[in-house]
Design a protein around this ligand. Sequence first.
Ligand SMILES: Nc1ncnc2c1ncn2[C@@H]1O[C@H](COP(=O)(O)OP(=O)(O)O)[C@@H](O)[C@H]1O
Length: 288
Amino acid sequence: MAVLKSLLRSRGSTTCSSLTYIRRTLSTASETDLKLSSSLNHMSLPLRKDPKGRIVQWVFLGCPGVGKGTYASRLSSLLGVPHIATGDLVREELSSSGPLAPKLAEIVNQGKLVSDEIIINLLSKRLEAGEAKGESGFILDGFPRTIRQAEILEGVTDIDLVVNLKLREDVLLAKCIGRRICSDCGGNYNVACIDIKGENGSPGMYMAPLLPPPHCASKLITRSDDTEEVVKERLRIYNEMSQPVEEFYRSRGKLLEFNLPGGIPESWPKLLQALNLDDHEVKQSAAA
Ligand SMILES: Nc1ncnc2c1ncn2[C@@H]1O[C@H](COP(=O)(O)OP(=O)(O)O)[C@@H](O)[C@H]1O
């Protein structure tokens, strides 16, 4: 009953009735899932709407290296909502040298997924900290990655929109291997230059490298899971565990598919167009 009460509290300001919610939650959740759902009860953060009146509780899906972090973070600045990347939460926990760190390092460096329990715990703590700071809305990146995570999330809040970013697999691999981080400022860069010629009617693709400014150039590091072998394993696991999540949201009419046409200069305006957002209009609404 305590779990149910906390689930009911966790609904907060979302839209469907409590009865529908209880029925839906009970029909999809096991006892463990109920416990996990109740640990996510901070999903009832205050609502944040975009200029089209849509609630910004969005999810970014896509393979490793597709650019979820880049585009989710740009949108989060534009819309004034937090960008919450579970991969970042895992890396923070790893570098904290807390009790979970050795276990997490082993899992991440093999390209495997961390358990749903650990991920939901980390996400729950992040949402709680956000709530304390008065955050509203969110763009989730890297969560949910399994059907179970998607069902638990669906049980605690209404996700308004799921953006599924897509790129061909050879480009994903090159982009992961070319990824660099500045060990000083944390800036993200990419040394890969993607230049694919169009052939047999299929369009070519150009993505310029994203090079660091001179003061970061000597401080670049590579993520330990961005080696060719581990990236291939992450792609395999994505296809097995996370691709079904695309179908989960497709069948609920929430999925927006977006094939990246190239690098940021080409893709960003087209993504805004696909989201029916206009840079200027968003800035005006944020200033109002
Ligand atoms: N939702 C999740 N469920 C399970 N493991 C996760 C999740 N999010 C992140 N991780 C772990 O953190 C690692 C890094 O995640 P992320 O930065 O999102 O990588 P990627 O570039 O593969 O999308 C993953 O390989 C996985 O081990």
